[in-house]
Design a protein around this ligand. Structure first.
Ligand code: ATP
Length: 321
């Protein structure tokens, strides 16, 4: 356990704060004008299509890449990549890199000797609970076990911030569920803040309470999930009147059937609903999908802007790539 002190500390600081952050590879900006302030104590989901800049943002956050523009600070002001930051952040990269020829026990020993705060007792207990033998070579473990081993080694460092790059992409639904259960336990019991990229929107709906949506290297939407959900509604009404009735609304995405149209709009519970239309609450997956389909739409702090009614698009899917 990291203790109450660290829990309180995390909740009162921004675990990630970026200002005008940008990263350029040659002539191409992978990330641009990214300004974020993610408060501690959250499980934050980083979502966006392929090439949106998610890995770039995570690499900048953990100090694996240097900014081309702007700044990134972690855990209340430490420079990303500084010794103070590295001590308190654990990162599991996209392909859960492990030394495949090393037995699990040797990996545990190696990681422990490289990290001052490594909690061997925690790591051994977790691996025993998971039924992962210390003598088995890491490369001989199943995909789910390899992911759990990487997560165990990361959490045994007792980080205040856990950064995960697409941790569940290759896992079956049970392994995915088990993996996320460990992440959620670390967040709830040890106060670990989590930043995690993923394409599996249905999973994020269950676990994330903060959302950052990237598109084309820019932040398209960011905020606490409760606030984002409270600030959007789905309006259902006559398709033939959608253009007329929605003219003054901040429509993010429109889906039209023969008779009915469904408009995802930026509007709170108190905002008026046009006559003949019904308002419904929106879920996180539906909200994220709507914005992913409309890369020009933004939901950042500031006033909502009414836009022309967007075109219809394809049916929803769980995974965005
Ligand atoms: P994915 O969902 O496919 O993992 P992503 O959202 O993580 O994508 P990034 O990997 O951050 O996206 O890439 C953002 C953009 O930057 C892409 O256009 C990518 O080709 C480019 N890019 C990333 N890393 C490099 C690099 N080392 N050299 C050149 N271009 C890069």
């Amino acid at each position: 356990m990291t203790g109450d002190q660290s829990v309180t500390g995390n909740q009162s600081v921004n675990v990630i704060e970026t200002r005008g952050l940008g990263k350029r590879y040659g002539g191409t900006w992978a990330l641009r004008e990214c300004s974020l302030a993610v408060p501690g104590g959250h499980v934050a989901a980083l979502v966006g299509p392929n090439g949106a800049g998610k890995t770039t943002l995570l690499n900048l956050t953990v100090g694996l890449a240097a900014p081309s523009a702007g700044t990134v600070a972690v855990l209340g002001g430490a420079a990303a990549g500084s010794a103070a930051a590295l001590d308190q952040i654990a990162f599991v990269a996209q392909d859960t890199p492990l030394y495949k020829n090393l037995p699990v026990g040797d990996m545990l020993h190696l990681t422990a000797s490289l990290n001052r705060s490594f909690d061997r007792g925690y790591a051994r207990a977790r691996l025993a609970e998971l039924g992962i033998p210390l003598r088995r070579k890491a490369g001989r473990l199943s995909g789910g076990q390899q992911a759990q081993l990487a997560l165990t080694l990361a959490l045994a460092r007792r980080p205040r911030l856990l950064v995960l790059d697409e941790p569940v992409a290759m896992l079956d639904p049970v392994a995915r569920h088990d993996f996320m259960a460990v992440v959620l336990m670390a967040a709830a019991e040890d106060g670990v803040s989590v930043l995690m990229s993923s394409h599996v929107l249905a999973e994020l709906e269950r676990v994330a309470d903060y959302l950052i949506l990237l598109s084309g290297g820019r932040v398209q939407m960011a905020g606490e999930v409760d606030d984002l959900l409270a600030g959007h509604r789905v309006l259902t009404g006559p398709a033939g009147h959608a253009d007329r009735d929605a003219g003054h609304l901040a429509v993010v995405h429109a889906r039209r059937g023969q008779a009915q149209a469904h408009l995802l709009v930026r509007a709170g519970p108190g905002d008026p609903v046009p006559a003949g239309w019904e308002a419904h609450p929106v879920g996180l997956e539906e909200l994220a999908l709507a914005y992913l389909r409309e890369p020009a739409a933004t939901a950042l702090p500031g006033p909502a802007r009414a836009r022309a009614l967007p075109r219809d698009t394809a049916a929803p899917s769980e995974v965005t790539r």
